[in-house]
Design a protein around this ligand. Sequence first.
Ligand code: ATP
Length: 520
Amino acid sequence: MAEEKKQPNPKGNNKNDIIMTIASKRGFFYPSAEIYGAKAGFWTYGHLGTRLKHGWENLWRNFFLGLSKSYFEIDDCNIMPKKVFEGSGHLKHFNDPLTECSKCHFRFRADQLIEDAMHTNVGGLDENALTKLIDDNKLLCPRCGSNLMHVRWFNMMFEMKVGATGEDIMYLRPESAQSPYLAFKREFEALRKKIPFGLAVIGKAFRNEISPRQGFFRLREFTQAELQIFFDPDKINEAENWDFVKNYKLRLCLAKDLKEEKITEITCEEANKELKIPKFYAYNMAKVQQFYLEILGMPAEKFRLRELDEKERAFYNKLHFDIELNMDTLGGFKEVAGVHYRTNHDLGGHQECSGENLEVVIGDKRFIPHVLELSFGVDRNVWALMDLFYKEETERTLFTFPASVAPIEVAVYPLVNKDNIPEYSNEVYERLGKEFKVFMDDSGSIGRRYRRQDEIGTPFGVTIDYDSLNDNTATLRDRDSMKQVRVNVNDLIPKLKKIIAKELEFEKAGTLVVKAAKEE
Ligand code: ATP
């Protein structure tokens, strides 16, 4: 059958539109409650997106919980009492600057509006300084061109009335981090009163964002994967596995170099000695960088750890580096995660507000542990996978996802739907399904089926044909190179495992097949 000639960029759309179209058409994600006219900032993960998200979460879980024997995961409620957010400071401080159009009354996040118009970073400025920037630069409403009003603060918490008479005011948590702080005392006791220990949560967070623009990037309901590590502040310059990272080079964008976007490549040891970044903090920065470059396989030049200076970071953060990825769809480096040294701000606040003693006694020392937080936005990371692994070639578009996150790892293709080929394919599908995420793709020409799976990032395909019935072999296809090898069906699982683990080169996995043009 004729090969499907796919035009990767049929309407001259930009990359963002193309990815959005594939995402909604193929079942990665689409607006929530779409048939009722969706609300900005709320999205549904479809059947492929759910797997992609879970794939990322599983990698995160295995990697970060694997860093120490005393890191564990907990799960908690999304709705919490008002007092929690008095203790955490969110009711007072969790505000974004808002400006409103004097004519159409549309509301904008003031700092973003200014940054978009002036291409400069205004993080940390107060409402008067932002208003002055708007006035001095004659910035107008982007929708109707009228004047903008004085900037004021807008609290991003979602409030709700709970109980039959609505007697209790509660809030949706704006970050998953509060859960480990609230669970701290119980878990410290249960984990035999030792620090450091870590509590992770992968769960929902809710923020009433003023302008949830940028499609899938700034959401009102989103998932975070966060690890809170409780430690003794006197030991911040100690890291158990320091020798493994001390010569590892970090990719830093220091606050002083932000304007020039200069990257400083510096070993952990140098960061510790020259920049005075404590060892425990530098160790965790290295681990985060390794997660992106080695586990997810992202290109180093797309990654940076950006330092936030005192003006930009939260007042309680002593050290703050954001993890930023350079995404074409978002016009440059954007935040997907952060490494925050939150001191004893959170436990201290909850101790004061709840009256519960959250101090620990270790040896002859009594103190409130400090917290180092590794905080990741899962949805932003899912978007980053879509952006960084999207590729256009003359004949096809594809996502070059690593197998570990790909929604489908192996597609099985019966060449025809007759002569015992479907039955044999089913057998192969069942066997592969015990080890991999598999999909049976049995409609359309083989070339069309390959393109379809390439488009959703399936790394491998197994084609069952007439020869398979005679000699028990199948054609194994590699998504990225489009190369094909003939492999004994009994060897498929071990060989695929080795290829994925990079222990076996694809071409050496079997006899190289010279393809008929119609197959690609
Ligand atoms: P931003 O500056 O983009 O508003 P933030 O600095 O307030 O983000 P944090 O409070 O540090 O974000 O949250 C940790 C992570 O949670 C962020 O790095 C990001 O990946 C994710 N996150 C925060 N807000 C949102 C949102 N509205 N939609 C999706 N993810 C978010």
